[in-house]
Write a protein that binds this ligand. Sequence first.
Ligand SMILES: C[S@@+](CC[C@H](N)C(=O)[O-])C[C@H]1O[C@@H](n2cnc3c(N)ncnc32)[C@H](O)[C@@H]1O
Length: 448
Amino acid sequence: MARDRASSPPLAEALRLAAAAWTEFRGGRSLDRALEFAARDAAHPRAAAAAKDIVYTAARHLALLDALIARLAAKPPAPPIAALLAMGLSQLIAARHPPFAVVDQAVSAARAEPAARGAAAFINACLRNYLRRAETLRADAERDDTVRFNAPRWWIDRLRTAYPDHWRTILQAQREAPPLVLRVNARRVSVAAYLERLRRESIDAEQVGAQAVWLRTPRPVHEIPGFSGGEVSVQDAGAQLAAPWLQAATGMRVLDACAAPGGKTAHLAELSDAAIDALEIDPARAARIGADLQRLGLAGERVRVIVGDACRPAEWHRGGPYDRILLDAPCTASGIVRRHPDIPWLRRGSDVAQLATIQSRMLDALWPLLAPAGRLLFVVCSLFPEEGAQQAARMLQRWADAVPVALPGRDAATLQLLPAPVTTAARLAPDAAPTVHDGFFYALFEKR
Ligand SMILES: C[S@@+](CC[C@H](N)C(=O)[O-])C[C@H]1O[C@@H](n2cnc3c(N)ncnc32)[C@H](O)[C@@H]1O
């Protein structure tokens, strides 16, 4: 009987694709790039989506998988075999399918993959061995911090030094599946009306920031009520602080200096009629800004998308100074690991200083574009102080006309938001900071 092409792919096909992506990822590509690469070979329309779920689950257990393979195999298996073994083990750990179905499908995947065909019996033996000794093997592996927290040693050490009281909670939060948080488009619908719509559709949701709504059960974007009509966007509640804190108003000129994919640009455009220049160095990413503004009904002349380098304003800056500048700078992304579990494994310790240098260069290039009494909001989705508090302090040392100003509604000019496990989320108090969010650093400067 012909297979229904729309039905779920066999687990074996998803495991095979996931293993191909895993091999690329362990070679240094990001998970998303690795998945794109592997998906070119997908035999089933939904196998790529299933493979994505498998590799993201595996990345949340990467250190454990490595430790288990080291205990199950007498010598390190070749990368394609280790990858298939890792995908099988991670599915056993995730316990979404009956264990022997996972073993059976992993063996089928090995037989279908030329680079792993000869190792089908070995994979079968390792997975069965794991099932027999799972508890002991895991307990033994988890004595190591890198396994318990699923992060490289240098990453854990830096967080422990920076946050002696919170590093465990941060690392615990990094292992979670990310919460799905929406930003309600203030031009289209109120948060109260949107929550009422969700309630009528029996969707469990909670307000977790001024415009932020958390859907307790994640769902694909096309199944989010009002998404295609531009009533809501997907954006973490911590990221939703940027636009209101910039306090842009009609008549102002605003620069969003590192704008793609455009989440904060769109929020700025939702909140005011200011003229916005959205700058982005990567042309393909810049194209996404316009597409999103279109969906939200915000496309028009007052938002200009510019492809250019924030460090070289002479190449793209036209007209007078800006009243507001948002610099959402490239960073280690150490605050958003639960959304991108590959990050700790792709970065090296030396990246922190390198990225901090790029951020300083951007601040120095953009500061002269700000009008007197104008404000610059610096944002990174990082937890490392070199990119946060230390970066802000160095900015004040370099620029005598930069003054720290209190973030709206707060009593300090900087804020380090730490990601908290969603299980600890409290109900939102009126005017409170968001309660479910990723890790961000904010600093607000005014020009004397
Ligand atoms: C943290 S992301 C920005 C996220 C965006 N603000 C949002 O809310 O959707 C940083 C962006 O800066 C861009 N970028 C990196 N270096 C840049 C540069 N020198 N000039 C302009 N953009 C740059 C990256 O391509 C990336 O899209």
